[in-house]
Design a protein around this ligand. Structure first.
Ligand code: TXA
Ligand code: MG
Length: 322
């Protein structure tokens, strides 16, 4: 693991000191999590939080996830009921975020809301930084607003390196999809963002399908994760297979079993040759990032809405919005 800055890789043994030094200067640092890389900064430092919005060019109405260690006294920052406690016991540390009634969390972090989205990441390097800093960090995905989320240190630098962002290289993220965001309503779960924890993983809990006219998570507006070339999402194999006028088009499927391996003599790219959704999820954003460099059109076949396939389809649908 190393702290990479544009043009230089800093000494490996000092990486944590360098991260803390940046935080003391109110400068965010990109850190790996088990989902995607996050642009982290101390949650109680208004200047550092403002820098995050500036670097990401993120609208200020879109709040930030509050990252903690699960073994801290969480009552300092939020009120939790029995179901929320149970979810925390079952899934933390890990890729599950909860919308909770906040206590002593700055309006800058929550964009003025009385609720905070909290999560305890499982990635060892992120946990080390939390322990060393000793206080919560905010960390949105380390990408420019609406662009692809980064799952490698190189992806972070490609997008944000020119803005002077440093990144701790923890290799490729395990899940490759952001955390699932939930709200508990009368003891039942309301899914606010599909993510790395699937509905199947949450089968011991009851869901409510209640939806709100106002998106409860302002960042889940439809256009998001936009590659720089058009991405078309098909739910029918027939339509997906049709010829296109683009010479550099790429046909993509999620699982090997989703469709044919060749179309018009061209090889179909597959996110999970081993046919596992976990493999497909981990590959998704990096695949789109490379795809946008090598092709002029990405033609993707939707996968089934089961397990992580649901969150993969969600990201693909957003990536297809122009
Ligand atoms: O896996 C993850 O959650 C990653 C890693 C880095 O931890 N973080 C992440 O953050 O995905 P971000 O900012 O890219 O997405 C956070 C989502 C946004 O849709 C935002 O609107 C919503 O969470 N959110 C955050 N705080 C909220 C709040 N107080 N109320 C409602 N929605 C909130
Ligand atoms: Mg994001």
């Amino acid at each position: 693991m190393k702290l990479v800055e544009p043009q230089r890789i800093l000494p490996q043994d000092k990486w944590i000191d360098l991260v803390l030094e940046q935080f003391r200067k109110s400068e965010p640092v990109a850190l790996p999590t088990e989902t995607v890389y996050g642009l982290a900064a101390p949650a109680d430092d208004a200047q550092a939080v403002a820098r995050i919005y500036e670097i990401k060019e993120r609208p200020t109405f879109n709040p930030l996830i509050f990252h903690v260690r699960e073994d801290w006294d969480l009552n300092q920052w939020a009120v939790m009921n029995e179901t929320e406690r149970k979810l925390i016991d079952c899934f933390w540390p890990g890729p599950l975020s909860l919308l909770l009634k906040k206590r002593n969390v700055s309006d800058l972090v929550t964009a003025g809301s009385d609720f905070v989205v909290m999560r305890a990441p499982r990635h060892e390097l992120f946990r080390e930084v939390l322990s060393a800093w000793g206080a919560p960090l905010v960390a949105p995905s380390a990408n420019s607003s609406t662009k692809l989320s980064p799952t490698t240190a190189t992806a972070v630098l490609d997008d944000l390196g020119a803005k002077g962002v440093s990144v701790v290289d923890g290799g490729m993220c395990e899940f490759g999809l952001e955390s699932t965001i939930l709200k508990v309503v009368d003891g039942k779960l309301q899914l606010l963002r599909e993510g790395a924890i699937s509905r199947e993983d949450l089968k011991d809990f009851e869901f409510t399908e209640t939806t709100s006219d106002v998106p409860l998570t302002p960042g889940t507006q439809l256009k998001h994760y936009a590659p720089s070339v058009p991405l078309f999402l098909f739910d029918s194999i027939e339509k997906w297979q049709q010829p296109t006028s683009h010479r550099e088009a790429c046909w993509i499927k999620v699982l090997k079993s989703d469709g044919p391996d060749f179309i018009q003599g061209l090889r179909v790219e597959c996110l999970a040759p081993d046919n596992r959704y976990k493999t497909a999820a981990a590959a998704l954003f990096e695949f789109l990032r490379t795809g946008q460099k090598n092709y002029s059109e990405l033609r993707v076949l939707k996968t089934q809405d089961i397990s992580l396939g649901r969150a993969i389809n969600d990201r693909l649908l957003r990536a297809s919005q122009r």
